[in-house]
Design a protein around this ligand. Structure first.
Ligand SMILES: [Zn+2]
Length: 399
């Protein structure tokens, strides 16, 4: 056996044991050995190493099946820390968490409307530095930085290929940040990071085929199949905002006509309401210029027109999701984003539309939920990029 392959196997066993403790802890050494089919001495040696590294600790004693009670093992979630960055399009959010994704500190700042590549990277570095310098006692135990970037991302090469709202291209973000902080850095598209966020910390934990959809100023989705992100052949899996819904619809930021994004995003809701008001179809809203936010506020006050605008938006969302259900057949769909703040009006209609249109009874009953992860959901997804590598086989981040 070659030395390299021996080392690789040892790391593989290590990550298998670590993942077992993560998923099933508190668990005894004997149970680990039995369940992942390793010899007790092998498990003993690796567990000793993991305890020395601080990531695993002994907890209470378990039930004895005759003889001495076994000591149980758990992950020490406070042994190491991670940084997650939600990068754009309108703001940069940074979160510092422990290994359980529990928040230690956060930082949020607005992005200027136009920004050059150098400035953008510098801003990310400044925000992370601010959080780290406020939390000196954690800083030397940070094991990695995750970046959730809007737009098209090449996760393997670590490059933000195209950020349409900022009009930035080909930014080697991973290289820049890892050079600066001397830490492993991972990058992913923001909607995909959101999906990962739900799988690790949210309502997607038990889901085997998860779709997370972000509906804000743009529309994107992330797909997690059997615990792994699905990216597609050229990084565009999940770009559901650009499925055509209306052949004669509005021009989308991508150049096509009638994309889903042109009917359900925040700016799309605003444009439709403005058009209806201008055409005299409706005369409410007291002459104010509608935005997605004010339409929600007026709906709350009982305004019929605003409720109709939200109803129509929900029908479009339901149609888009039905198309995705027919393509991917997920078991759960979790909705995110500013538009979903009006979920009270949207969700029932979305569910009815899927019920009306999906092909089979089980498809009609696909679970559709609104995320409960809050404003740092995407930054938490960036954190999850580090966890994936720490706990999964072939991961390159080790402690
Ligand atoms: Zn489009």
């Amino acid at each position: 056996m070659k030395r390299g392959s021996f080392k690789a196997m040892k790391n593989l066993n290590k990550s298998l044991i670590l993942t077992k403790i993560l998923n099933d802890g508190p668990i005894s050494r004997a149970e680990i050995a039995k369940e992942i089919k390793l010899t007790p001495p092998t498990v003993g040696t690796i567990v000793k190493e993991l305890i020395e590294q601080g990531i695993v600790k002994e907890s209470a004693q378990g039930e004895s099946k005759g003889g001495r009670k076994p000591t149980l093992l758990v992950i020490d979630y406070d042994a190491f820390y991670m940084i997650g960055i939600d990068a754009g399009p309108s703001e940069v959010a940074v979160i510092l968490t422990n290994l359980a994704g529990e928040e230690i500190d956060t930082e949020m700042t607005a992005l200027p409307a136009t920004i050059a590549e150098q400035q953008f990277v510098r801003l990310l570095i400044e925000q992370v530095t601010a959080v780290l310098s406020r939390n000196q006692s954690y800083a030397n135990r940070v094991i990695g930085i995750g970046v959730a970037m809007h737009g098209v991302v090449d996760a393997e090469q670590g490059i933000a290929l195209y950020a349409p709202n900022l009009n930035l291209r080909d930014m080697p973000i991973v290289e820049r940040l890892s050079d600066h902080f001397q830490l492993p850095v991972r990058i992913e598209n923001d909607a995909r990071a959101l999906a990962l966020s739900e799988t690790w910390f949210g309502q997607g934990k038990a889901s085997d085929k998860l779709l997370a959809v972000n509906i804000g100023s743009g529309v994107g989705a992330g797909v997690v199949l059997h615990g792994e992100l699905y990216r597609g052949d050229s990084h565009i899996a999940g770009e559901i905002g650009h499925m055509t819904i209306d052949l004669n619809g509005d021009i989308c930021s991508c150049g096509n006509k009638g994309c889903l994004q042109t009917v359900i995003s925040g700016p799309a809701i605003q444009a439709r309401a403005t058009r209806l008001l201008a055409s005299g179809v409706a005369t409410s809203l007291n002459g104010t210029t509608p935005t997605a936010k004010t339409i929600f506020a007026h709906a709350e006050e009982g305004d019929r027109f605003s409720r109709e605008v939200l109803h129509d938006t929900a029908v479009y969302i339901g149609i888009g999701l039905t198309n995705v259900i027919h393509t991917l057949n997920p078991d759960r769909i979790i909705l995110h984003g500013g538009v979903m703040k009006a979920s009270k009006y949207l969700l029932p209609v979305i569910k009815d539309t899927i019920e009306d249109r999906a092909l089979t009874q089980t498809a009609k009953e696909t679970e559709v939920l609104v995320s409960d992860l809050g404003d740092y959901a995407t930054a938490l997804g960036a954190v999850a990029l580090i966890l994936v590598e720490l706990f999964k086989r072939n991961g390159e981040i080790h402690v």
